[in-house]
Write a protein that binds this ligand. Structure first.
Ligand SMILES: Cc1cc2nc3c(=O)[nH]c(=O)nc-3n(C[C@H](O)[C@H](O)[C@H](O)COP(=O)(O)OP(=O)(O)OC[C@H]3O[C@@H](n4cnc5c(N)ncnc54)[C@H](O)[C@@H]3O)c2cc1C
Length: 412
């Protein structure tokens, strides 16, 4: 069994006094959480990031993302292999797509390290987030050892009280809280709907030694009824897996089967759930980014760049609050609007997620072959990237959402 780097037993000392209070508490130190914290670098705020494991300890994905996004995030050093082509396979044929942009498979630990290096000034603690504590109503109440709320970051933007989060190392308080905890959405209000009832997919993959040049994708009912299989080459490693849009359908046997068909060893398993429906990104005083807000794209199950995309938008709203330019409530409203402005694209992809498995396989094969031609391929993949386009490389300036922000617009 893998022994994850974390704090165990007596090492889990209580967080107390100043250590238990921050201006911004970011829960979750993966793609979304680190993107938020990175955006707060140099703000002068006390930013505390917590995760149940050490940063970069537990990868749960095939770790493939659009190369332009990895450059824009300053993490190109984590790239293990650039992948310019995708190949789609059905039982009736294959089509190879030369993309207008490339994917890159990266090393998760290294990517997290490179992101964390950009989070100057943030602190990190290992702690398991258990849920919401009380919400203090006063506008200027400070936790022991902390500054008055109105004095955060030298601005006067936070008008409401602090929020307390329970962790297994005690309560932590901050006026600005981000849930970047992944699909569990631990800090959401009300009953938390969990799989298999939740709008969520399940994925599992193995990581044998191997190689390849293309990102391969199989749509084959004999493997998985509602979903797809993939193989991502990563410089000496192959990330081979299966995702099912129907959470009740187990994917262990299909994963073993695709490994058998590819003649690779089913070793080094890793799996997780990933959402396929947007949820409120700002609720009950808390900002949600990444899988906790359902930001993973339906159909493709791609959730890394969207975690960056919404994490950046969230970070910029928080920055505006810290600078005294807006209140927390205004930032929550603007960020919630920004997330909702993408609903059209998520709806289209959600429909495709239902239609693709329902199409007669021969028709699907013909459509894939058509889409693989140069022009439709470039059009489709550019549209797809445009749902969450990479920010401009130079952009590190506070972002002001405009009322006309629409799907596909960049927070940059
Ligand atoms: C098998 C599989 C393969 C995938 N492959 C790809 C891919 O190649 N490309 C792609 O774009 N997407 C892929 N995805 C989807 C992608 O992994 C997710 O959308 C993405 O990880 C979401 O990022 P996040 O930061 O929101 O959440 P996560 O990456 O899930 O991070 C959540 C963080 O919160 C921490 N955490 C959770 N609960 C607690 C708690 N209670 N207390 C403290 N910390 C906690 C976790 O340790 C973790 O660090 C894949 C998913 C699966 C399951």
């Amino acid at each position: 069994m893998t022994r994850r780097a974390t704090l165990r037993g007596a090492e889990r000392t209580p967080l107390e006094g100043a250590a238990a209070r921050a201006d911004v508490l970011v829960c979750g130190a993966s793609f979304a959480g680190l993107a938020v914290a990175r955006e707060l670098a140099g703000s002068g705020a006390d930013v505390l990031v917590v995760d149940r494991y050490e940063i970069g300890e537990r990868a749960t994905s095939a770790c493939a993302a659009p190369t332009p996004w990895l450059h824009a995030m300053g993490v190109a050093g984590a790239i293990r292999q650039e992948i310019p082509c995708m190949a789609f396979h059905t039982p009736h044929g294959s089509a190879r797509f030369r993309m207008p942009w490339s994917w890159s498979a990266f090393d998760y630990r290294e990517l997290c390290r490179l992101l964390w290096d950009q989070c100057d000034g943030a602190r990190f603690e290992i702690a398991k987030v258990e849920g919401r504590g009380n919400v203090a109503g006063s506008g200027t109440r400070a936790a022991p050892g902390g500054p008055p709320v109105a004095a955060i970051g030298g601005g006067a933007g936070v008008a409401d009280g602090e929020i307390t989060i329970s962790t297994d190392r005690g309560d932590v308080t901050a006026p600005l809280i981000v849930d970047a905890l992944g699909w569990r959405r631990v800090l959401g209000p009300g009953e938390n709907v969990q799989p298999p009832e939740a709008l969520i997919s399940r994925g599992l993959e193995v990581h044998p030694h191997g190689g390849g040049t293309d990102l391969d994708c199989w749509i084959d009912r004999s493997l998985v009824r509602y979903g797809y299989a993939w193989s991502v080459p990563a410089d000496g490693e192959q990330r081979v897996g299966v995702g099912s849009y129907e959470p009740r359908h187990h994917v262990k046997e299909p994963t073993k089967e695709i490994a058998r068909r590819l003649d690779v060893d089913p070793v080094r398993y890793q799996g997780n759930w990933f959402p396929h429906a947007l949820r409120e990104a700002a609720e009950d005083g808390v900002f949600f980014a990444g899988d906790s807000a359902g930001h993973c794209l339906p159909l493709s199950g791609e959730g890394i760049r969207t975690a960056f995309h919404f994490g950046i938008a969230c970070g910029r709203e928080l920055r505006g609050v810290l600078a005294g330019e807006r209140t927390r409530e205004q930032a929550l409203a603007a960020y919630g609007d920004f997330s909702r402005s993408h609903a059209g694209a998520y709806r289209v992809m959600g429909r495709l997620q239902r239609w693709v498995p329902a199409l007669p396989p021969r028709l699907l094969t013909a459509l894939i072959a058509l889409a693989g031609r140069r022009r439709p391929c470039a059009w489709a993949f550019d549209r797809y990237l445009g749902v969450a386009p990479p920010p401009r490389l130079e952009s590190r300036v506070p972002w002001r959402p405009s009322p006309t922000t629409s799907a596909g617009s960049s927070p940059a």
